[in-house]
Structures are given as C-alpha cells and as structure tokens.
Design a protein around this ligand. Structure first.
Ligand code: SUG
Length: 415
C-alpha cells in the first residue's frame, strides 16, 4: 500500500541564528539573536506528534554531525575570518528536510522504484556541506533497493534545492502523478537557488515520463521579495495546487502547462489583493503542509504566524466558509525554525512509499517520540549565542547530544 510519509528533520543541538542565507529575510533579520535549540527541537517533535495522530504514520531524519570538523579545517579558520564563515560548520540547517532531496514516487518512474536525489544546495556554503551526510541516512532509511533508488547529488554548478522546488499532482498516491519542477533565473537582487538544468537532470535520472513532467519558472519578483524557494509561495497535494497569484513568472501559462499534463488540476489561488507577496513570505501561509486526512478531506498545517496576521486569517476564514477542497486550517508553533526562514513544510520531506519498505528506525511512534523528547530535554543546549560558535565546550555538548540521540534510535552507525 503506497502512502505519503512525512520525514521531519529533528532540529539539531547546534541550532543558531548566524544570518547565513542571503535572500532569506527571516534568517537575515534574526542574525545575531540567541537561539533556543531545546525549544526548537521540542516544537518540531510536537508538530510530528500532531501529524502522527492525524495520519497514523510519521518519519524523521537525524541532525547531521556538527560542528563539521572537515569543513572547519578546509576553511583554515584562525579567528581572523568573518563570523559567518566560522558559523557555517555549525549550521543545523539539515532540519529543513524539504531541501534534503527530490523524491519521485514509484508510480511516476520508468523502473517502478521510488527515486531520491539528495539536493546539492551549492548556493550557500552552510548548506552545501549537507548532502554527503544526508545521503548516508537516505541510503539506510531507503536501503531496500527493490523499492528505492538513492542517487548522488547533481554536480555543481547547477544548484539543486530538492523537494522545496518540486510539486507532485496526482489523483491518488498509487496512480502515476505529474511532477512539477520550479526553477529560478539568476540576475535578481537575491540568488536564484534552483537551476533549470538541475531540475531537468533530476527528472531524467529518475526516469520520469516527459509527458507527465512540467518545468516552470518562479516569478523573479517572488524571489526578490524573499521567496528563496518555491515552497514559500506554493504547495501541492493530490489534485490541488495551493498558490499565491504571483508565484510563477506567467501564472496563467503555468496553470495551462500543468493542466495539459494533469486535467484534474484544482487551483486554490490567493490573490495579492487579499495577501501581498510580502505578507505571504512573512507569515509563510504557503509553507504549509497540505495533508489528506483519513476521511479524504484536506487540512492545511500553517505556522502560528498566519493566525496573527489579519490579512491572512481573514482570507483563511473566507476560504473555509466556501466549499473548496481545504476544509481545516491548523496552526502549529514552529517559531524557532520560522526565525531562520523554515515553516512547517520546510521541516518535512514527503516520500510516497509502502511504510513496510522503510527502515523502521526512521519511523516514529508515541514511545519513540517520548524517548526523543527525553533526550532533547536532557542534552540539547537551552540557548546558543552566535558568539559561542567556535567554542570547544559547546562542540562537545553538541556532539554528545547527537550521539545520545543516535544511541537510543539504534543508529550509532551514523556517528
Ligand atoms: O536554506 N535557512 C534555510 C531555510 C530553508 C527553508 N526551506 C524551505 N523553504 N524548504 C535556508 O535559507 C538559515 C541559516 C542561518 O541563517 O543560520 C537557513 O539556512
């Protein structure tokens, strides 16, 4: 039975605000703030618990080893470097697993396996270090080669940011879907992180049918307004595309291209007159998890920030009073992640597969959630100031915390 599993990134013990992501307005505006790794990780587990109760299945991926000693030595750090360079090997950015990989479920691929390509994330130094360690986890979690194929990342210089720029439309998970890749063009004030050729390469490597694959350009104005990934302005689930009206360069042409491959497309569009691009990016209305609940209805899991925005919440209430496909809007508190530009959707990687084919150590249940919470509450630092990054005693705390998590999950091998 194919089902959609959300694999959330457990927030690592080195979670901090170093302002590393140009074009990510939240990251820039919280640069230098103290962070609260313990609270951040507990917020993440609470979100997972909510979705486990709603959907009956939930997965997770682990924080990567930090500080990254190999990167530290490659950077020849001696104290004279800019603080942002010193911070990069400490980044907990792997929590945003929407950027871990692009996933093409088995019904879409030529060989009938689920294909995963880790994202190379080459645009940002602190993220470019992730993929080899991410791949090591994917190789274990999806090691059943009868059902999965895990590729290497796309070679540089083609930036690939994974599922954050990829959407799948389908009538049911086990039917062939239409995969939509959204890329950006360079030249604006902020980097366009997803290169068109990276998207096309992933589609070829996954063996997708060109008739069911669509490539769309992201609106440069959305990137300039702070939508550094497409999932900040659009999300899809089943036959539904929930999108801001200014997400794509040519919005109507984008709908037409998707509809040509997927006639059942249902668009839920939010006009700029109701929610401006700036407000959408500030509240992360679209960085939501659009879930199909067991009764077949859809729920949108949004950040708490949406409920606090008069414009967003008034649009939500009007939408719920109508008869569209989204029947519930559920706010969750992921404020620690939000302050670095990561909402509920950034924190999860969707994999459509049979849960029985996944290494069970990466699947959550209530007892495991209790145990993970216990480790976080005991070992995760309560607070990190960016000036602490570089300290050996913090390095030891962070390493011991992750080692304890790996130990209770029987994943020491990833050490
Ligand atoms: O790549 N933030 C991440 C946020 C990623 C959000 N993911 C999706 N939209 N899918 C990024 O910009 C901030 C790190 C810092 O500033 O310390 C950061 O990497």
């Amino acid at each position: 039975m194919l089902t959609e599993i959300n694999f959330d990134g457990i927030v690592g013990p080195s979670h901090n605000y170093a302002g590393l992501s140009l074009g990510n307005i939240a990251s820039a505006s919280h640069a230098g703030d103290p962070s609260y790794p313990r609270a951040a990780a507990l917020q993440g587990v609470a979100k997972m618990r909510g979705n486990l109760a709603r959907l009956g299945v939930q997965g997770f991926l682990l924080p990567l080893p930090r500080p990254n000693r190999a990167l530290q030595s490659a950077l020849a750090l001696d104290g004279s470097e800019p603080p942002q360079l010193r911070a990069a090997p400490w980044s907990a950015s792997s929590m945003w697993t929407a950027n871990a990989a692009t996933v093409s479920p088995a019904p879409d691929t030529r060989d009938g396996r689920c294909h995963l390509t880790p994202a190379n994330l080459v645009t940002m130094l602190h993220r470019a270090q992730e993929w080899p360690d991410t791949k090591r986890q994917l190789d274990i979690a999806f090691g059943d080669t009868k059902h999965f194929a895990v590729h290497d990342a796309v070679p540089p210089t083609f930036g690939d940011e994974g599922a954050a720029n990829h959407m799948r439309l389908c009538e049911s998970h086990d039917a062939p879907g239409v995969e939509v890749f959204v890329y950006g063009k360079t030249g604006g004030r902020f980097p366009a992180r997803q290169h068109e050729q990276a998207s096309r390469l992933v589609a070829r490597a996954h063996g997708l049918d060109p008739a069911r694959t669509v490539f769309i350009e992201q609106n440069p104005e959305a990137i300039a307004a702070g939508a550094f990934h497409n999932d900040v302005v659009a999300v899809a689930n089943g036959p539904v595309l929930f999108t801001h009206a200014e997400a794509f360069t040519d919005q109507q042409a984008a709908y037409a291209a998707i509809r040509a491959a997927f006639p059942a497309l249902e668009v839920v569009e939010v006009p700029a007159s109701a929610v401006s691009l700036a407000e959408a990016i500030r509240t992360y209305l679209f960085n939501a998890q659009l879930l199909t609940l067991p009764d077949g209805s859809m729920a949108l899991i949004v950040p708490e920030e949406c409920r606090e925005s008069a414009a967003v919440w008034s649009w939500v209430e009007t939408m719920l009073a109508g008869n569209g496909p989204i029947r519930q809007v559920i706010p969750v508190d992921v404020r620690q992640s939000m302050a670095n530009g990561g909402g509920p959707a950034c924190l999860r990687l969707r994999v459509v597969c049979d849960p029985a084919t996944v290494d069970p150590r990466f699947l959550l249940d209530d007892a495991k959630a209790d145990a993970i919470e216990q480790v976080i509450a005991t070992y995760w630092p309560e607070q990190i100031d960016p000036a602490d990054l570089g300290s050996e005693s913090l390095a030891r705390t962070v390493q011991a915390a992750r080692a304890r998590l790996l130990e209770i999950l029987l994943l020491n091998k990833l050490g």
